[in-house]
Design a protein around this ligand. Structure first.
Ligand code: SAM
Length: 365
């Protein structure tokens, strides 16, 4: 039988979806916002600024950590972002590869922070996803540039397991220092994302609960998806995924969990705290509880290609269009047409599933 907590969350999520699909006031507004053919409003852009990375996480990369795709000049990303913001993007996440490796990142954030969202008076929400290795010395500069939030990827709180995963010695202490520096710089609450793989780091679930409570971070467990770089003998399988139900049950045995409401309709994480209100856990379950129906995302790769889904079989040549001299209006019209055909859903685990045309690190996670 379902855990009572899970059915409560399911009901609450249904409420959030109903809100998300309620008609907006103003026909003109509805006509202008970036939408797809499935009536999803697209407000969230993830932009990769490099596909280089200083970690070689075993579930993500082969041994190589160099670039497979080119990087664009910062000014090109700025122009693309300006067009996207004019179409209703309200949240921008800088990612990679490892975005902190990218020269010019503070400048890009500063330029983006000056942009005004087209359909709301609230400022743009500017976030970054980073492995945190280089964060400590950069946190204040990023905050001053206009960054609002930081998500740090961290797949173990045991230093040895951490090194085994990242294949870089001594990283754990450096990343923890990065998290603390981000909190000191006013970039908290920091989210810490952990991708769980069966038999590999699932022993860390309880320790992460403790980490959330002592370090005052929001720990989010993410189900593993078939997005790894191809390497012989290494492929995703359903058995490697640690599903949400199991994570909930294990955390609940540490201390009783209490469900928290979603922050907004397109929130991907199911949120919990513990019975004493200390610590916060999110569980993101794209495999066992797919949330494609609420997806509000589009993606730009470091080489300037537009992707409408992590699992797209192809990407769209935005940089090519720009370099051929298209005006901002032409680019905006092109983007509107492309995103109409955003994929309804991913097909992970279904017979005939085909891996996307790029792996996670070359799309931007
Ligand atoms: N280097 C940055 C970082 O580590 O956060 C940004 C890029 S990294 C590709 C973004 C996120 O994708 C990380 O949290 C990583 O754990 C996650 N990721 C990579 N491969 C994944 C997979 N196959 N399934 C789920 N998440 C994955």
């Amino acid at each position: 039988m379902d855990h009572p907590l899970l059915s409560m969350i399911e009901q609450e999520h249904a409420g959030a979806v109903a809100q998300a699909t309620a008609p907006e006031s103003g026909v003109a507004l509805a006509a202008q916002r970036l939408r797809d053919d499935h009536q999803r409003v697209l407000t969230d852009l993830r932009i990769s600024v490099t596909d280089r990375c200083n970690y070689r996480c075993v579930y993500c990369r082969t041994g190589n950590n160099g670039a497979s795709f080119t990087e664009l000049p910062i000014a090109h990303y700025v122009r693309m972002l300006r067009v996207f913001v004019s179409l209703g993007i309200e949240k921008v996440r800088f990612t990679g590869g490892e975005p902190l490796l990218r020269k010019g990142l503070p400048e890009l954030i500063r330029e983006t922070a000056r942009m005004k969202p087209a359909f709301t008076d609230a400022p743009l929400d500017l976030a970054i996803t980073t492995n945190g290795h280089l964060l400590a010395p950069m946190a204040r500069e990023l905050k001053a540039a206009g960054l609002t939030r930081v998500t740090v990827s961290m797949d173990a709180v045991d230093p040895e397991t951490f090194t085994r995963i990242t294949r870089v010695p001594g990283g754990f202490e450096q990343v923890r220092a990065g998290i603390r520096a981000a909190q000191d710089a006013g970039l908290g609450p920091v989210k810490v994302n952990c991708v769980l793989l069966r038999g590999f780091n699932d022993s860390q679930i309880e320790a992460f609960a403790e980490f959330s409570r002592t370090e005052q971070v929001i720990v989010r467990f993410i189900e593993f998806m078939p997005l790894e770089e191809d390497e012989e003998g290494r492929t995703w399988s359903p058995q490697t995924v640690v599903p949400m139900r199991e994570i909930v049950a294990r955390l609940n045995a540490v201390r009783p969990l209490v469900a928290l409401p979603a922050n907004h309709a397109s929130e991907t994480a199911r949120r919990f705290t513990f019975d004493d209100g200390v610590g916060e856990i999110g569980i993101i379950a794209p495999v066992s509880e797919a949330f494609c129906g609420q997806c509000s995302r589009v993606r730009l790769t470091s080489d300037g290609k537009l992707r409408t889904c992590l699992f797209s079989q192809s990407d769209h040549d935005l940089i090519g269009l720009m370099l051929r001299g298209a005006t901002d209006d032409e680019i905006a019209g092109w983007i509107r047409r492309i995103v109409l055909h955003k994929e309804a859903m991913h097909h992970i685990g279904e017979p005939g599933f085909v891996k996307p045309s790029r792996s996670m690190v070359h799309i931007g996670g």
